[in-house]
Design a protein around this ligand. Structure first.
Ligand code: NAP
Length: 472
């Protein structure tokens, strides 16, 4: 074999599948993994008979690659990425390209792009979504860095990406850490939708008395609608239908109700708070995971703080797709995407990312975890108005929100009276009601701040800053 076209470092869940994807698309490859045994195992197993060779050292790995070298790192985010860059840099030459395909913090990518470009290497921070299957068959990819560096990998990533009607699910996102920022927000939206579906499940079970198969049937009907058809609804149906092989009962009921949260959900919320963008639906999803992990405290509190008296309310019937609940979920999913897009708008301004929101909608239509039919509408909305401040201001989405609000109100009110937590649905309702309010009660907050701290306030009837001696 001549020199390899493509190099992969990190034969974990993602790396293994991505290199098989590259090879299938005609890129002969060389792989390196910190633990050599994993390389040997891969080459003897899934990598056998393919145009893929292994390297025992990074020096050998680099020497095996054609120039300019295209190297994808799929290692754990954080220090391992810096360690890998430090270890390989001595062997790289001008024009070589390093791609970080892990879930790195975008600020780390900003720093690495600057450092590596100053040494005349190309550096791409690329968000990759789709899990193991997506990585193998075609993920959604969000590469950021210098445009010249992207141009050098474009033919490769366009072939590797998921393909939808209007092209591959990859595009140049923007400079610096833009690609990793967009992937972070993608994951934040994912947190929101997962929690919305978990709340719907809880209500169907506790209020509607549905079993796993009955709930799965409702999810299947939702998956036929333009508004909810998506990968996450599809896998929720599968999860609800799956039986425990040991007992034959619904497997989901045997799973401990404590969810972890990794970097990206937290980073979405922290960035939103720093940038002053309200993302309460996504924040509620993160909090719900954190609170769920306080399991022993919850058990103790349950004994001291009993549930309210039983309260049943109308969630709709399976025959009408549980219409109020379906509408509540549609409104909350739209808002989850909308909050993420609003955060991307602010980040684009702040960091000069010059993001193309319509193109982001396009590359999320296939391959990634939040792929959904609704993304065509999001692509269209930003295509019609690239400066759209909020998805709810687009005519199609405004009509949807108006149509779905009665269901959302009914479900949130019923859940409140029944004592069933619906943090994403209720945050969504508060968000919509706040966003559409011409007058909010923050005038009183301003009065209090001026009262105790002489912070001054503005008046509705004349310009200027005013102060009142409230306590005299
Ligand atoms: P994984 O299966 O846990 O594999 C981690 C890889 O990182 C292994 O090859 C490991 O090498 C290597 N590694 C860990 N610490 C290292 C260090 N200090 N120096 C060099 N190599 C080191 O990970 P994964 O799930 O494929 O994820 C890889 C990246 O993709 C992560 O950033 C992850 O967040 C991101 N990601 C994952 C998914 C997913 O669905 N799994 C989806 C999108 C993005 P050893 O074999 O030597 O331990």
């Amino acid at each position: 074999m001549g020199k390899a076209h493509f190099g992969l470092i990190g034969l974990g869940v993602m790396g293994e599948n991505l290199v098989l994807n590259a090879e299938r698309n005609g890129y002969s490859s060389v792989v390196f993994n910190r633990t050599k045994a994993k390389t040997d195992e891969f080459l003897a197993g899934r990598g056998a008979g393919k145009d893929i060779v292994g390297a025992a050292t990074l020096e050998e790995f680099v020497a095996t690659l054609e120039r300019p070298r295209r190297i994808l790192m799929m290692v754990k985010a954080g220090q391992p990425v810096d360690d890998t860059i430090a270890a390989i840099s001595p062997f790289l030459e001008e024009g070589d390209l390093l791609i970080d395909g892990g879930n790195s913090l975008y600020a780390d990518t900003e720093r690495r792009v600057a450092e590596l470009e100053s040494k005349s290497f190309g550096y791409i921070g690329m968000g990759v979504s789709g899990g193991a299957k997506g990585a193998l068959e075609g993920p959604s990819m969000m590469p950021g860095g210098t445009k010249a560096a992207y141009d050098a990998i474009e033919p490769l990533v366009r072939k590797m990406a998921a393909q939808v009607d209007d092209g591959p699910c990859v595009t140049y996102i923007g400079p610096g850490g833009a690609g990793h920022f967009v992937k972070t927000v993608h994951n934040g939206i994912e947190y929101g939708i997962e929690q919305i579906l978990a709340e719907a499940y809880d209500l169907m079970k506790r209020v509607g008395g549905l079993n796993g198969d009955q709930m799965a049937d409702v999810l299947a009907s939702w998956n036929q609608t333009e508004e909810l058809a998506s990968f996450l609804v599809e896998i929720t149906e599968v999860c609800l239908r799956t039986k425990d092989p040991e007992t034959g009962a619904d497997l989901v009921e045997a799973i401990v109700d404590a969810a972890g949260q990794k970097g990206t959900g937290l980073w979405t919320v922290v960035s939103a708070l720093e940038m002053g963008v309200p993302v309460p639906t996504i924040y509620a999803a993160l909090n719900a995971r954190v609170l769920s992990s306080l399991r022993s405290e919850r058990l103790e509190a349950g004994a001291l703080l009993p549930e309210p008296a039983a309260h049943s309310f109308n969630l709709g019937s399976a025959a009408d797709e549980m219409a109020p609940l379906r509408d509540a979920c549609i409104a909350a999913c739209i808002v989850s995407y909308g909050q993420g897009m609003a955060l991307l708008q602010e980040a684009s301004k702040l960091h000069d990312y010059n993001l193309n929101f319509s193109a982001i909608g396009q590359i999320w239509k296939g391959g990634c975890i939040i792929r959904a039919r609704l993304l065509q509408r999001i692509q269209d909305a930003y295509g019609a108005n690239p400066n759209l401040a909020n998805l709810m201001l687009d005519p199609w989405f405004a009509e949807q929100i108006n149509r779905r609000l009665p269901g959302l109100r009914q479900v949130v009110a019923g859940a409140a009276l029944a004592g069933i937590p619906v943090p994403c649905l209720s945050s969504t309702l508060d968000y919509i009601d706040s966003y559409r309010s011409a007058r909010l009660p923050q005038n009183l907050v301003q009065a209090m701040r001026d009262c105790f701290g002489s912070h001054t306030y503005e008046r509705v009837d004349k310009p200027g800053n005013f102060h009142t001696e409230w306590l005299d």
